[in-house]
Write a protein that binds this ligand. Structure first.
Ligand SMILES: *[C@@H]1O[C@H](CO)[C@@H](O)[C@H](O)[C@H]1NC(C)=O
Ligand SMILES: *[C@@H]1O[C@H](CO)[C@@H](O)[C@H](O)[C@H]1NC(C)=O
Ligand SMILES: *[C@@H]1O[C@H](CO)[C@@H](O)[C@H](O)[C@H]1NC(C)=O
Ligand SMILES: *[C@@H]1O[C@H](CO)[C@@H](O)[C@H](O)[C@H]1NC(C)=O
Ligand SMILES: *[C@@H]1O[C@H](CO)[C@@H](O)[C@H](O)[C@H]1NC(C)=O
Ligand SMILES: CC(=O)N[C@H]1CO[C@H](CO)[C@@H](O)[C@@H]1O
Ligand SMILES: [Ca+2]
Ligand SMILES: [Ca+2]
Length: 590
């Protein structure tokens, strides 16, 4: 266990020196270069879902001026980088993941001037802004699509068009058996053009054809457009769906479900993670690197969304030939692999797995939630909120927080059928929508106990506010002696310590229910995180794990903890309440 820890420690601490000039820059230059190139390596990226963050004009929908008005909040909290779900012009069939103009702002969110104002204010406060980039598909309302339907010169092949076959009885059969992620055939008939188009998501999201160089060019231009408006990088949506098999081969049955409409009906060997996708991302990495080296400001970075097998994800960091892709592919293990039933060993296993497989010199990341998944408090239990934030914040590398997780917001699963707006949930029908819907994790940010939780002055908000907002809101948590928010804030402060930035990661499974890890660096105090993932009080003797002699002091304890910050602990007798986490400082006994 120790040996393994050391190897990983090496991988974590090396690789922080990319991009230094060989000519031997001065100390000052070196520091500046380091700030430029490495700023992102210990960041916590906060995901803003713009529709639900803050409504500035009382229409019940969050918007850019609303976000701008809350930038100070990030500063106070200690957040210095945010990524925003799509804000681009869109018919909103998939809430902005269906873009009809890649270089314009959706009117209900504001204008380009509002965007510029947001960036200007963010710059002033030292907050970097990452935009969501949705390359796989445009909206069917994008002018490109109309032109492609009309076979206008230059646009004929902007999308993936196929004839399919016409049976004698008049039935049209799609070109192959591919399924949409949101169920049903992935092919949609277009009467006007007389062909099927591919759409891996909804009918309103035709897949762009990246085998057409004009499409790649158009997307390069889009990236440059936003870079010139001051963004620090992109989070790239649905990268695993960008390319499909050129021969359009049928996919084999998965055998896991008998419902032929389900996406899970097939094994997606021809519609996901095709190798051309890597080449495209490597190309965009080059574009961003080129832009960064010929412009002032930070390294512009790229992070990717994709629920893919581990080995495939690792190739995004860097392929077998050593060609660099995005700075990091999102690590969804806390969402996909771990849950309320997981044991301490499962946590340690999945954390280690990422660190072990990650190619040498790269940076780990830990995504705790997003707009497609149940919230932490709903997935792992409301009592785990502090422990999960401690975990994310003290692991090596990058943390990703979905808005509201700093307060421990809960899913609002009881949204009525009438109030449901998420397209896949609407498609699922009144009997099934509830467990499919992504609306429950997208409800408005709970700022205060004012009407609509202070999110909007409208009578009605686009999604209902969670009814628990009177108790669970930021203002309460700012005023309380102890709160999830205050703990979150203190964890962000703690991240400035060298041990958390560069320290070795040394984990241990203390028993079935409790795991711990040390972050250790020469000449600094070691930090220790201990987490109880089960509903049982624990009495622990951790002397084996920490190599006595050491003094132990609590740095961060949870809301309901019997422990307090500053308290001295006896390593032979540490008590942990159900679901309790602690961050502890180990100092050498003099
Ligand atoms: C897209 O938005 C830009 C503003 O950035 C505008 O100039 C352009 O005309 C729009 N394109 C279309 C097709 O509406
Ligand atoms: C598709 O159909 C059109 C007319 O219906 C035909 O001209 C064309 O050759 C077909 N394309 C292919 C690839 O079969
Ligand atoms: C047409 O024929 C196909 C294949 O035999 C069959 O599956 C389909 O139901 C038929 N459709 C109609 C409208 O008869
Ligand atoms: C990046 O710059 C290099 C060197 O100037 C050039 O060869 C390459 O084509 C550029 N790539 C992109 C995507 O801009
Ligand atoms: C934890 O255990 C207590 C006492 O047995 C019980 O009341 C509570 O419901 C349990 N909580 C969970 C999340 O299982
Ligand atoms: C997590 C995430 O951003 N998921 C998005 C993936 O892409 C589809 C289609 O663009 C969206 O519907 C999801 O919200
Ligand atoms: Ca608004
Ligand atoms: Ca595609």
């Amino acid at each position: 266990m120790m040996g393994l820890g050391k190897v990983i420690a090496l991988a974590v601490s090396v690789g922080l020196v990319v991009g230094l000039a060989a000519a031997g820059p001065s100390k000052k230059e070196q520091k500046e270069l380091d700030a430029k190139n490495n700023w992102w390596k210990n960041e916590v990226f906060y995901q803003i879902y713009p529709r639900s963050f803050q409504d500035s004009d009382g229409d019940g929908i969050g918007d850019l001026p609303g976000i701008t008005s809350k930038l100070e909040y990030f500063k106070e909290t200690g957040i210095t980088a945010v990524w925003m779900s799509p804000i681009f012009e869109s018919p909103m069939v998939d809430f902005g993941y269906d873009i009809s103009n890649y270089t314009n702002i959706q009117p209900e969110y504001g204008t380009l001037e509002d965007f510029d104002a947001l960036i200007a204010k963010a710059n002033e406060l030292g907050i970097k802004v990452i935009l969501d980039f949705v390359p796989n598909h445009s909206s069917n309302k994008h002018p490109w699509f109309a032109k492609s339907i009309a076979r206008e010169a230059g646009y004929e092949d902007f999308y993936v068009w196929e004839n399919g076959t016409l049976l004698e009885n008049g039935t049209r059969v799609p070109p192959n058996n591919w399924r949409s992620v949101f169920s049903g055939s992935a092919w949609e008939w277009n009467e006007e053009r007389g062909q099927f188009y591919l759409r891996q998501f909804t009918y309103a999201q035709p897949d762009l054809n990246y085998r057409n160089p004009a499409v790649v060019q158009a997307m390069d231009d889009t990236l440059l457009y936003w870079l010139n408006r001051g963004v620090a990088g992109f989070r790239i949506d649905a990268v695993i769906y960008i390319y499909e098999d050129e021969q359009l081969r049928d996919e084999p049955l998965s055998g896991t479900t008998s419902d032929p409409n389900s996406f899970d009906y097939l094994e997606h060997i021809y519609t996901k993670n095709q190798k051309e996708g890597y080449t495209l991302l490597q190309h965009w990495r080059q574009l961003l690197d080129n832009y960064s080296s010929s412009n002032e400001g930070p390294l512009r970075i790229m992070m990717t969304e994709g629920y893919a097998p581990l080995a495939d994800l690792m190739d995004y960091y860097e392929d077998a030939q050593g060609v660099l892709g995005p700075e990091f592919p999102f690590n969804f293990d806390f969402i996909g692999e771990l849950n309320a039933d997981s044991l301490a060993a499962d946590f340690v296993f999945y954390i280690q797995r990422w660190l072990i497989y990650m190619p040498h010199g790269h940076v780990a990341n830990w995504v705790m939630g997003n707009h497609d998944n149940s919230r932490v408090a709903s997935r792992f239990g409301a009592q785990t909120v502090d422990a999960m934030n401690m975990l994310m914040m003290t692991l090596p590398g990058i943390g990703v927080t979905y808005y509201g997780e700093e307060l421990g917001m809960l899913d609002y699963r009881d949204i009525s059928w009438e109030q449901t707006v998420d397209q896949p949930a609407c498609d699922a029908g009144i009997d099934n929508y509830k467990w499919i819907s992504r609306d429950p994790e997208r409800t408005p940010m709970q700022w205060s106990d004012e009407p609509n939780a202070g999110f909007s002055s409208s009578d009605q908000t686009w999604l209902p506010v969670h009814p628990n907002y009177k108790e669970l809101n930021l203002r309460n948590q700012q005023q309380a002696e102890r709160s999830h928010y205050k703990i979150y804030q203190s964890l962000l402060k703690l991240r400035k310590q060298e041990a958390l930035k560069k320290g070795a990661f040394i984990p241990g499974v203390l028993n079935r229910r409790v795991f711990a890890f040390k972050r250790e660096i020469q000449g600094q105090n070691t930090l220790l995180t201990i987490i109880n993932v089960k509903n049982q009080t624990e009495q622990l003797d951790i002397t084996d794990f920490i190599d006595l002699p050491n003094r132990l002091h609590v740095l961060v304890a949870g809301v309901d903890s019997a422990h307090t910050a500053g308290e001295r602990l006896n390593p032979q007798e540490i008590s942990l309440a159900p679901y309790e986490g602690l961050v502890i400082q180990l100092s050498k006994r003099k």
